[in-house]
Design a protein around this ligand. Sequence first.
Ligand code: ADP
Ligand code: ZN
Length: 759
Amino acid sequence: MHPQGQVSLFSQTETQTGLFVDVVFPGPVDKSWRYAVPEEWVRQVEIGKRVQAPFGRGNRSSMGYCVAVTTEPPPVPAKPIRRVLDDLPLLSPALLQLTRWIAEYYLCPWGEVLQAVVPRPARLQAGTRERTFVEAILPPLAAPSSAALTPRQQAVYTLLLQLGRPVEWRELLRQAGCGPTVLRNLIRKGYVRQTTQRQATVTPQVAEVPSATSVQLTPAQQQALQAIETALRAGRFEAFLLFGVTGSGKTEVYLRAIEHVVRQGRQAIVLVPEISLTPQTIERFRGRFPRIAVLHSHLSDAERAGFWRQIVAGEADVIIGARSAIFAPTRRLGLIVVDEEHEPSFKQETAPHYHARDVAVKRAQLENIPVVLGSATPSLESWHNALTQRYRLLQLPKRIFDRPLPPVHIVDLRHEPTAVGRPRAISPPLEEAIRTALRAGGQVILLLNRRGFDTYILCPACGHVVQCRFCSVALTYHRDRNQAVCHYCGYETAPPHRCPRCDLPAIRHFGLGTQKLEAELNLLFPDVTKCRMDSDVMRRGQKYGPILDAFRRGDIRILFGTQMIAKGLDFPQVTLVGVVNADTALYLPDFRAAERTFQLLAQVAGRTGRGERGGRVLVQTYNPDHPCIRLAAHHDYVAFAEQELAARRALGYPPYGRMARLVVRSRRDDLAYQAAQTLAAQFRQHLQQLLQREPLAQVQILGPAPCPLHRLRNYYRYQLVVLAPKVFWRNWLIRETLAHTPPPEDVLYSVDIDPLQVL
Ligand code: ADP
Ligand code: ZN
């Protein structure tokens, strides 16, 4: 029922200010509601603030976002809002427009997007205190005799009139020397009005570092900077793809462009992947820009809310942060930079499934400013956009000082002996290379993109693989805790000694994780200081800052771990990078497997040869002839992209087709299966409707099929994939189909637009 339908006369007479607001409530309804603004809130109400208003059955007080302020009354009498909750708007008009776009593009209700975009601590106003103020107002004209003031009340009222400004409640009580009852009576009789204001109690600080001296740009850097500066001066939207090999000086280009922006009195947002948000990175920016806000996931609520308020107040010139920093409520945004734009962590894995890079481009468009996407291994989407001139390509083809990219040697594991007693993770050539590097005083980075000790537990007699109770995923043995762990849902159990299926008392462990690598390194290099870095180590409360500091000082000689160590680190003394197993992602049932493998190899190779001592890379693989491994060994991104794009085009996959993935899940397999069948039939039916409207529409509907991870967190899952060359066709089809096909009981749908993985 229309919640504005049941309005009492009383509330109408109370709200004759002629001012109305449109309010969007968090939740699944994608619609705004118009409310009246009563006198007492007229001054506070503003677009982007939250309000409390009666909503739904029983007119419960509900929190919603004010998305418009208008004098246009709704067709039916409007109920009044009850309160304005914020003293500062949480969202600027441009950001509101951006959230509207996200709602439409990612097919997520607007209220849910708003709720996801404003960080919880900012909503809770952590680190602030509410203060209550009172001020004198003119008494009602026809005051009934009951409203006459006692001498005491008269005295306080006169004092407030003389002060002529809002005074804090407690302050007034002190000055007037009276108790709270006198004030309450004055408010009740209409002589005094009460207002509240929030004030910060916590001001987050970023420690000062000495300002960095800037270097002389190379000609290639200069060219790139000039192109960006031209767009900055013109004050227009333009998307740049800054394609530069690792160590080519991309960050220096960002810094210069931001200097330009700050001189214009504007702000810049810099997005970096969460794991690159290291002290080293932050210091590089802070050295040039003291007024910086850092938004990472380890902030306390009060700090996060404090930074948010600083940004709103225009006190931060540069905002650097992970994915969600793209929603920073800057006042005059001048530039957005997305470093390592190919990183999957820019995609939010829960609803709304937005991709921060794509949101960044949209925001730049809405705010009419340039955006710079930087990478040594651009996503194929961005590369394609550059080839088709949607983005302007800027290139830094060489490393600074013409340092060569490191030579990459491939170790063919098919021909390496695995004699009994030999360690299994590190082949003889890799062992030899490590010894040589260490002997020469260099440092070593080893990549193994798998956590745990053994990656599966298998019965040699019946072939049974021990799986998670809730997921169709093999459990990984973690020796430090002596537990078998599910890497998807976190389920843990004691590892079995007998096969759970055939009861063979000799179940065995296979596969190789970082913990096993650690044990092997301890055997091979007992006297060398080394450190493991993966999310298990980090979860135990260790921070990577101190580990990286120790590595920089040379106190740690071998750093090994998962993809965490592959990205963004700049240590000139690293002369060897070893990839223990290049094949971990190669055969995942996912169309981006090759792209991921290439990126990871190219990124980790980029960690060496950054100093005068040079460096080299050894890659262990069972697939030495796989094109993506061969091309990564030659640092040949362009050839890789060409080949991979041809394969994608043949299938109509992204970036040629716009993809969406629908997952149907239920705790009961039969229900999920049935619902997926029904949904697929509905999709095909609506496709016919689309073709009647748009005879040229091309849409592929793939599936339904069980997800590669059929069971996840105790849900059985089936998926449908929709592919279309145009966003409009894809989104129209999904919106229409889902609007007419609500999920049956005990079944859930989820829609992932532009999915990064389809597991
Ligand atoms: P990228 O971001 O492409 O990996 P960086 O900007 O981090 O590259 O540059 C790599 C290294 O080279 C850094 O130590 C940086 O300080 C240095 N550097 C960058 N540009 C120059 C330059 N024009 N002259 C000298 N050193 C530079
Ligand atoms: Zn699990």
